[in-house]
Ligand binder design. Structure first.
Ligand code: NDP
Length: 346
């Protein structure tokens, strides 16, 4: 399975005709480096379905993987890319046939299994979902793992009982990032009043264009709460920041409010007392997109296709190529990416 340059030299001439580009990571002396290689289908890992990848994306986790952080990848050489969308080329599963348009997010693809930063990928059939009606593969990847997670967060808040008639705004933290931008768009489309918290002053107009009703300075919600309970403010929240921001958000929830905890762009630890839970019935809803069960995935993608205004989705999307990934990966870790980045691996 390992696709070293030496292995590529030994492949038959005919197979070389069908080679394709991929971004590969190597590790030496604890340092991870990226390069673009030509692979063949025989280099790809096992799986029932071979997919011609049309688009992948850049998520925060991809940024970590490309920089060798978090020990998310244990085996090199490795093709990263935690999500992709494309067309089935061959399938050993009755569930998919050649020509079907499919999406993959999660299942630790791009971490323990080669991912979407190559023009082809081979994966298990059970990891794929059909492209929902109404979305192109590029639009599906403009959503990608980050946007899919935002939808799961909104669904969790709805299941918890959030209604548009509730008092108070719904807070979105890390709002100008990928998950945050799609969360703002979805919540606004559903009729909620959305407070978008950002550290980037200059992106207020951008967030308003996605439907934010107010813009909150990141510093305002990013301080560890000075008291167990702060003034009741948010009907609910979608949090991509974690750390003190999550603690502050929980302490500021209105009665019976909930925060969907999605991310850790600002830290993994937080200090809270139990009082928001005991006195206000506050809830933290954990959102895991990676191992989300298939029925939930199908519902989430159907709703994304129904809800997302495609002109606005396009307006928050930038497109890059494999060669641009190392630079973009460094930027996402610094919180410098606006909205979503799709990757054309071809
Ligand atoms: P992005 O980098 O696109 O968005 C993160 C945003 O958080 C930034 O744009 C910035 O927003 C804000 N931010 C960054 N650094 C800090 C900081 N130090 N303190 C406060 N705010 C900060 O990443 P994604 O949208 O792809 O992912 C967001 C988070 O969600 C990540 O932690 C990621 O790992 C997690 N995630 C979790 C998933 C799950 O299944 N639970 C799936 C997908 C993502 P602004 O400039 O507006 O302040």
């Amino acid at each position: 399975m390992a696709a070293t340059l030496a292995a590529q030299c030994s492949i038959p001439e005919e197979a070389k005709m069908h080679d394709f580009p991929a971004l590969m990571l190597d590790e030496a002396d604890g340092k991870v480096t990226a390069s673009i290689r030509r692979l063949t289908e025989s280099d790809l890992p096992e799986g029932e379905v071979l997919v011609k990848v049309e688009y992948s994306t850049l998520n925060y986790k991809d940024g970590m993987i490309l920089n060798g952080l978090g020990r998310l990848v244990r085996k090199y050489p490795h093709v990263p890319g935690v999500d992709f969308a494309g067309t089935v080329e061959t399938s050993a599963s009755p569930e998919f046939k050649p020509g079907d348009k499919v999406i993959l997010t999660g299942w630790r693809v791009g971490e323990t299994h080669w991912g979407g930063y190559g023009a082809k990928a081979r994966v298990k059939a059970e990891w794929l979902v059909p492209l929902p009606h109404g979305l192109s593969t590029r639009q599906a990847m403009a959503v990608g793992t980050a946007g899919f997670t935002a939808m799961l967060a909104v669904m969790a808040l709805e299941d918890h009982g959030l209604r548009t008639s509730d008092e108070g705004e719904v807070l979105v933290t890390g709002a100008a990032g990928g998950l945050g931008s799609i969360a703002v768009l979805l919540l606004s489309k559903l009729g909620y009043r959305v407070a978008a918290s950002t550290g980037r002053d200059s992106l207020g107009d951008y967030l308003r264009s996605l439907g934010a009703t107010s813009i909150i300075d990141r510093a305002e919600v990013g301080l560890a709460p000075a008291k167990p309970l702060l003034s009741e403010r948010w009907a609910a929240a979608v949090d991509s920041v974690g750390g003190a921001t999550l603690a502050n958000t929980v302490a500021s929830l209105r009665m019976r409010g909930a925060v969907a905890s999605c991310g850790n762009a600002g830290g993994i630890e937080f200090n809270l007392t139990v009082l928001p839970f005991l006195l206000r019935g506050a809830c933290i809803l954990g959102i895991d997109s990676v191992m989300a069960p298939k029925p939930q995935r199908l519902i989430a993608w159907k709703r994304l296709a129904e809800l997302l205004p495609l002109d606005k989705l396009d307006s928050l999307t930038t497109e890059i190529r494999l060669v641009d990934l190392p630079e973009a990966a460094a930027k996402i870790l610094k919180g410098d990416i606006k909205g979503r980045v799709v990757v054309d691996p071809n």
